[in-house]
Design a protein around this ligand. Sequence first.
Ligand code: ZN
Length: 218
Amino acid sequence: MACMAGHEKTEDPLLHLEEEDGSELWQEHAKALRTWDDLSLMQWTNQVLCQLHERSWRASHPFVMSYRLALTVIQQRDLWSRRLVSMSSHYQPAECCGAPSIPLVSHDICKYGLYCSNCGTELAELAGFPPGIVKTFNAWGAAYETYHQVAHWPDDKRRKKDDYEAAMETAREKALPLLSQLGFSLAPRFLEFYPAVFWEDGDDCLDIIPEDLTPPDK
Ligand SMILES: [Zn+2]
């Protein structure tokens, strides 16, 4: 996923199944969906959209993964614009790509805003939300960046530090509860503005995977 520390935005591998690492596996998964006719695919996708409605979801949730995979096939067949089946009434089409407008909240939200969960472009910038939300996320982002940027130390700084691996491990430990907070507590605030929300439950730079993140009540 994209990083804040002086890096250009990169795309989520899930969003670009043709190009990124792991795409062969996703192409294999997508084969099942490619055998479906247009109508079946759209009806199935609308059914999933109804199940996703009014909740904030981990991006790794199987419903979300399956839905996003179906979207890539829908996109390739240009089915949203053909209006074969109207989109679930809970959702509005995103301006960027016409897919249902569902934001993907990630750790770089303060820099890149909310991503479109289909095409990965900016769905909305953070500054456009009410001041209370902007303030909360900016405070979160500043805290998270303190740790995330350790993964992007320049080589000379890594050499000066006695034990860069220990610094990375500390950063990772500090970042874990913050990323859980982003997903489980903060991302649902966007349900006030969107019918469903996805949040990126990992951080490649700090080697954080979905299994590392647990809800606050656990
Ligand atoms: Zn889009």
